[in-house]
Design a protein around this ligand. Structure first.
Ligand SMILES: Nc1ncnc2c1ncn2[C@@H]1O[C@H](COP(=O)(O)OP(=O)(O)OP(=O)(O)O)[C@@H](O)[C@H]1O
Ligand SMILES: [Mg+2]
Length: 337
């Protein structure tokens, strides 16, 4: 994990950033370009990336390996300078005043930045000092975070004896020592067990309800679906699709009814019959003896129609199910992979 250094006092009142009753972008990114290495062997990691996150909302940055997610997070958290573009975080130009940005953000990077020789509690207290919390306040905050991340029992144990998931939880806790206005989390749940993932989701949802703006990167589509108000799909350094999870799913044309036939030799007859009622061309998967029918509108009404038409043609089925598009479908469709 990378950690922003040089924190100064966290002020309760952030001058000039509160605009009551008005929608404000906590993060604004325009035309971000980042090249690694020297020409002609340079690599274009970000190729004109644009983003916007409204204050008090969560954005999920979704993309395959190498898409540019970590590069984006590093630029937004002042750790890396872009080659071109404009970046405003919490109302402050990141390139012009990185120190002021650091005072207002929290970051949990993709790799941990813990001191493995210290105990869990000592690590959190150390971050408290970095944030210049008073000693008593730092201790209180450390104990609260240890509890919320289920680490109280191992609070006095050196981190070097921790499992990967325990270290990850402590690392995430350390990003929350100072209750930041804008929180960046680069693949926060990678390496966590299912229970810890759900704990973290609840905790992040609480923070966003409390007014924190969250940018999280993830490869887990269910995570983006559950946590993010909006999703930006990144591929090769550009945003190739964005919207609310529901908007993205709608683009795929809504629900589908999947029918598994008892006898695959009836497939042609089934497709012909289903064409009578389908709102689009049925999709055939011979290997699984399955045919999918696009359902315009109410999928449960479509099921009744499917059952009736197959019955009329004496075609038997093993199974029938409504398939609602998932973010996996969205991702595959927009990246065409
Ligand atoms: N320090 C570096 N030097 C050279 N190339 C780099 C460096 N860091 C990243 N890259 C390249 O830039 C591109 C974007 O990398 P980045 O780490 O931002 O992707 P990512 O979306 O975070 O991927 P992942 O899901 O694997 O974490 C990749 O092609 C990567 O190889
Ligand atoms: Mg990454």
């Amino acid at each position: 994990m990378v950690r922003v250094t040089g924190w100064s006092k966290i002020t309760a009142v952030d001058r000039g950033e509160r605009h009551h009753g008005r929608v404000v972008n906590a993060v604004l990114v325009e035309g971000l370009v980042k090249r690694y290495g020297q020409a002609p062997k340079d690599h274009l990691a970000l190729d004109g990336l644009d983003l916007q996150i409204e204050e008090g909302t969560a954005l999920g940055l979704l993309g395959p390996n190498g898409a540019g997610k970590t590069t984006t997070v590093r630029i937004l958290t002042t750790l890396l300078r872009p080659d071109a573009g404009r970046v405003v975080v919490a109302g402050i130009d990141v390139l012009r005043d990185p120190a002021a940005v650091r005072r207002r953000i929290g970051l949990a990077g993709q790799f941990t930045a813990l001191d493995y020789t210290l105990t869990a509690r000592e690590n959190l207290q150390m971050f408290g000092r970095l944030y210049r919390l008073g000693r008593r306040q730092a201790d209180k905050r450390a104990d609260l975070l240890l509890e919320r991340f289920r680490l109280t029992e191992v609070a006095s144990t050196p981190v070097k004896t921790f499992s990967g998931g325990m270290a990850r939880r402590l690392d995430l806790a350390s990003a929350l020592v100072a209750t930041p206005k804008v929180l960046f989390m680069d693949e926060p749940t990678t390496g966590l067990d299912p229970a810890s993932r759900i704990d973290l989701w609840d905790l992040l949802a609480d923070l966003v309800r409390g007014g924190t703006t969250l940018l999280l990167t993830t490869q887990y589509l269910d995570e983006a679906d559950r946590l993010a108000d909006r999703i930006a799909v990144v591929d090769r350094g550009r945003v190739i699709a964005s919207g609310t999870p529901d908007e993205l799913k709608c683009r795929l044309g809504g629900d589908r009814v999947d029918i598994r036939l008892t006898d695959v030799t009836q497939m042609d007859a089934a497709v012909a019959a289903l064409r009578e009622i389908a709102s689009g061309e049925p999709m055939v998967d011979v290997a699984n003896a399955t045919v999918g029918v696009p359902a315009a509108g109410d999928a449960s009404a479509a099921i009744a129609g499917v059952v009736r038409v197959l019955d009329r043609h004496h075609i038997a089925m093993l199974d029938i199910a409504v398939h609602r598009p998932t973010l996996d479908d969205v991702f595959l469709a927009v990246t065409k992979r």
